[in-house]
Design a protein around this ligand. Structure first.
Ligand SMILES: [Zn+2]
Ligand SMILES: [Zn+2]
Length: 390
């Protein structure tokens, strides 16, 4: 299969994708991803950057190289905006804060430590990639502990803007487990990644120093108005891919900064391990909220190329998940008995994608059906969850 645009390696060339908005591609190596787009929003005081890549000197070098092309210095960056709590989006933030005192904007529920990533439409992510991702998160969880603020319910600041509140039922029984071994919420042990991977991660950390999660100096929430790139941009809280994901919308120019919420050719990973009881429902709701916005002519995603039809893409992504739900019903019918999350996931995903992330996404879909009263679940004596769809 041809390479998806999100997998392309980072093009060093900086491009102006809208007036005062520059796209700077930073190299990353994550499941199905070859680059992350850092957008620089220029104004008379310097610039704000959105999603400054992974932590570590390799990214920092690329950031400096891209800024130079725009005749900017790191000290010109007065603001760092982080669309959600994934390391490929917040990596460079702490460095901008440490060296240049930049302010950090993220959603008020910003919290790192719950495993998510990005998988492709037809799952093509390799087991190794899944493990690398898991490691990244595990290493970080171990480092962070659980000290970050827990997310609260989103407020709805109505600035005459009709983006409404998102439903986000809170999950209270969230297991505090790392990704290296330990039980999963659906039962069974999570395997440790191979030694080679753990060593690679150790080297990355040694090179990059600790993967600092930045302190958020300016938490934002639904409906907040930000002045960026000499224009007004509204905050849209879009939980689903992560509970703390948000997008930025400039209604006047029709520009939409989408983060990982809506990507051009892959679907964001929806993890069953979330503070939301039904993360897939949150995601559907957030897709509908952005899909109904009129007048958008430029969508700027965190991975892949800018595109223009936001509502068409949200429909495609929804359809993908509806198909997965249909497939799960079909699998359940074929089993003719309650089946475990692992069993479902191995019929839903190709063999090379089997593992925690595939199971986590399967779990999200099964829980969605259970909340919709289309599936029932029970635990066996070993604590393993079994589902049967109606
Ligand atoms: Zn992400
Ligand atoms: Zn991402």
């Amino acid at each position: 299969m041809a390479k998806r645009q999100e997998q392309e390696s980072a093009d060093p060339e900086v491009t102006e994708v809208a007036p005062n908005v520059l796209r700077m591609q930073l190299p990353i190596r994550m499941p199905g991803l070859g680059h992350v787009n850092m957008y620089a929003l220029l104004d008379d005081k310097g610039a704000a950057v959105v999603d400054p890549g992974l932590p570590g000197p390799f990214t920092w070098k690329a950031i400096q190289h891209r800024l130079r092309q725009a005749e900017l210095k790191p000290k010109d960056i007065h603001t760092v905006i982080i669309t959600h709590s994934h390391p490929d989006h917040f990596g460079g933030a702490a460095r901008f804060v440490k060296e240049h005192g930049a302010r950090v904007i993220a959603h008020r529920s910003f919290r790192f430590g719950i495993a998510e990533s990005v998988s492709s439409n037809q799952p093509e992510v390799s087991v190794e990639d899944l493990e690398a991702q898991r490691e990244l998160e595990a290493a970080h969880e171990a480092e962070q502990g659980d000290t970050r603020a827990t997310p609260g319910s989103p407020h709805d600041h109505d600035h005459g803007h009709n983006h409404s509140r998102n439903p986000e039922p809170r999950r209270k029984d969230l297991p505090q487990t790392g990704w290296w071994g330990g039980p999963s919420p659906w039962g069974g042990q999570r395997p440790r990644p191979p030694l080679r991977r753990r060593l690679q991660w150790g080297i990355m950390r040694a090179l990059g120093g600790a993967m600092n999660v930045p302190e958020v100096s300016h938490p934002v929430e639904q409906g907040d108005l930000l002045h960026l790139a000499g224009r007004e941009m509204f905050v849209l809280h879009t939980p689903g891919h992560t509970p703390d994901h948000f997008c930025l919308h400039d209604p006047e120019a029709g520009i939409f900064l989408a983060g990982d919420h809506v990507l051009p050719s892959i679907t964001p990973h929806i993890s069953g391990i979330s503070t939301s009881e039904d993360p897939l429902l949150s995601f559907f709701y957030s897709l509908d909220r952005v899909g109904e916005i009129s007048g958008i002519n430029k969508v700027l995603p965190a991975h892949g190329h800018p595109f223009d039809d936001l509502s068409k893409r949200t429909e495609e992504i929804k359809r993908h998940h509806y198909e997965r739900l249909d497939k799960i019903r079909e699998i359940s019918r074929d089993f003719g008995r309650p089946a475990s999350v692992e069993e479902f996931s191995q019929h839903l995903f190709k063999r090379r994608s089997w593992g925690s992330m595939a199971e986590s996404e399967t779990y999200a879909h099964l829980e969605h059906l259970r909340h919709a009263k289309e599936a029932e679940s029970h635990r066996d004596n070993d604590g393993v969850l079994f589902y049967l769809t109606g």
